[in-house]
Design a protein around this ligand. Structure first.
Ligand SMILES: C[S@@+](CC[C@H](N)C(=O)[O-])C[C@H]1O[C@@H](n2cnc3c(N)ncnc32)[C@H](O)[C@@H]1O
Length: 265
């Protein structure tokens, strides 16, 4: 079918639709034009027609940037498995780059009862996400803030495990030649991990970093040397060459896992 204008990543993330609130037909066109699937932007456990009917709205950029259900579910599952291997009774979750809040939504589905906070710098993304999460009744605090400026608002007790999900914009960090360089995201994952480690030096931490299957290995080493334990998973949810994954690391503790799960990065 010829729609005229193609609803692709360029138009929604960088072009005229970046800061536009999308109509349902536009969300579905993005899915169809870019991935052959009108339900591609399935988030909060709902297909586009269902979340739109509830009043949930997304900007063009967030439709592209969001961690969709299948991936966010896989992320939540892996995080919960590691968190369960710690001795702490309570979990605090922080997503410093919340975007749609969909990863927080899925982490909370796998860690029910956790206290959760997200930071979102962009005021328009923030307003929509706050409204969307409130429509869905999700008990999450979302702050319109730069991730580095409001960390003191998240103050876990020393016997609580802090789970952080780290998915900053990749910007120029994903190169066709050498893959995703975790030192070159905006901000750099190295810088984020250092700041979290300093701020939460009295806590045990889980750092869960969203990655691409093509990874710059020197960048990965720079991150993993900051961790006490780490493991890399690539999820089989996209075609080969486009798969995403999770680099999990712990700081201040080492999970007690069975031999099969101890797949160190
Ligand atoms: C890749 S998206 C995250 C998507 C998210 N995982 C989801 O499920 O929708 C990154 C988000 O971080 C926000 N952001 C960028 N720099 C930031 C900063 N310094 N502090 C807080 N948020 C920031 C962007 O506006 C964007 O919404």
């Amino acid at each position: 079918m010829n729609h005229g204008l193609e609803y692709n990543r360029q138009l929604l993330l960088l072009g005229a639709k970046r800061n536009a609130v999308l109509e349902l037909s536009e969300v579905q066109r993005y899915g169809t034009d870019s991935y052959g699937d009108p339900d591609y932007v399935t988030i909060y456990g709902l297909r586009p027609a269902d979340w739109f009917a509830k009043g949930v709205r997304l900007l063009g950029r967030t439709a592209v940037e969001c961690t969709r259900d299948e991936l966010a579910n896989a992320v939540g599952k892996e995080i919960a498995a590691i968190a369960a291997s710690g001795a702490e009774a309570a979990h605090v979750v922080l997503d410093p780059f919340a975007g749609s809040g969909n990863t927080l939504y899925w982490i909370l589905r796998h860690l029910p009862g956790a206290r959760a906070t997200g930071f979102e710098l962009d005021p328009k993304v923030f307003e929509l996400t706050r409204a969307n999460l409130s429509i869905l009744g999700l008990p999450v605090t979302i702050l319109n803030a730069d991730y580095a400026s409001e960390l003191s608002n998240v103050a876990p007790a020393t016997d609580e495990l802090l789970v952080t999900f780290i998915a900053p914009p990749w910007g120029e960090a994903l190169s066709a030649k050498s893959g995703l360089d975790l030192r070159r995201t905006t901000p750099a994952v190295t810088e984020i991990v250092d700041l979290l480690t300093k701020q939460y030096r009295h806590n045990r931490l889980v750092c869960a970093v969203q990655v691409h299957e093509r990874l710059d290995h020197a960048g990965v080493r720079e991150i993993t040397q900051r961790f006490d334990w780490s493991a890399l998973s690539i999820f089989d949810l996209n075609p080969p060459g486009e798969r995403h994954g999770l680099l999990l690391g712990t700081i201040g503790w080492v999970p007690r896992l069975g031999a099969a799960a101890a797949n160190h990065a």
